[in-house]
Design a protein around this ligand. Structure first.
Ligand code: CA
Length: 228
């Protein structure tokens, strides 16, 4: 579970990072709104902790921009004490929850757990580009056309959809999709990736499984300039 903490006060950021890492989360820090927004847009994070007052882009602007692209991403905003009247503004800009500084770490932890739990319960569909998966019915569609996948192809696609734009090694894929240790002498991952590629659309703008030489694979929407 990866959390992005967009926070310009390095003391607060360091304190949160240490505490949350002890709870088993992976935490990255961005020190200003613009770089935070870029990092958040990578799709790598399951939750964003967003400070209200940031240099460059404000927390509110970051929140609003993120919401347009990621309607379901949990965002917890931090405000300074006395800014509570801003709560309504923040909620209107798409924040899911608020915490006023200074706060007890335990409270932050409880709110994060609650946000993630709520999010997981709501998360019965996955969407990336024009591909949509309904996890309850296991139906997959691309541009409203249903794709028929085997169970393993489905699991593999779900994994790529849950980790878009990330380089996933064969070791990670073996562990997370097949629940086994990767064995270099086998090529089943390549075989299944090729099955899956043959079923996904390959029109411009369609998400595709790209081979990242020496590292693994990444599920991306190719740029126009990459298509030739
Ligand atoms: Ca700040």
């Amino acid at each position: 579970m990866k959390i992005l903490n967009i926070e310009d006060e390095s003391k607060v950021a360091g304190f949160l990072k240490r505490g949350l890492e002890e709870c088993g989360y992976q935490v990255d820090i961005a020190a200003d709104g613009e770089s935070g927004l870029q990092m958040a847009k990578s799709g790598e994070y399951q939750l964003i902790i967003l400070d209200w007052m940031l240099p460059g882009k404000s927390g509110l602007e970051v929140c609003q921009e993120l919401r347009q692209e990621f309607p379901d991403l949990p965002i917890l905003m931090l405000t300074a004490r006395g800014e509570l009247e801003n709560l309504v503004t923040g909620l209107n800009h798409g924040a899911d929850d608020f915490l006023a500084k200074p706060f007890a770490f335990e409270e932050l932890k409880a709110r994060i757990t609650a946000l993630l739990r709520r999010h997981t319960r709501q998360q019965s569909t996955l969407q990336f580009g024009n591909i949509r998966i309904d996890l309850l019915t296991r139906r997959v569609s691309q541009e409203d056309q249903e794709l028929i996948l085997s169970n393993k192809e489905f699991d593999l696609l779900v994994y790529f959809m849950q980790n878009p734009n990330q380089i996933l090694s064969r070791e990670q894929i073996a562990r997370d999709v097949w629940q086994i240790e990767f064995d270099r002498g086998t090529n089943y991952i390549n075989v299944y990736i090729n099955y899956l590629r043959s079923k996904l659309g390959n029109a411009p703008g369609d998400p595709s499984i790209q081979t990242v030489r020496g590292h693994g694979f990444a599920f991306r929407i190719p740029d126009d300039k990459e298509l030739d």
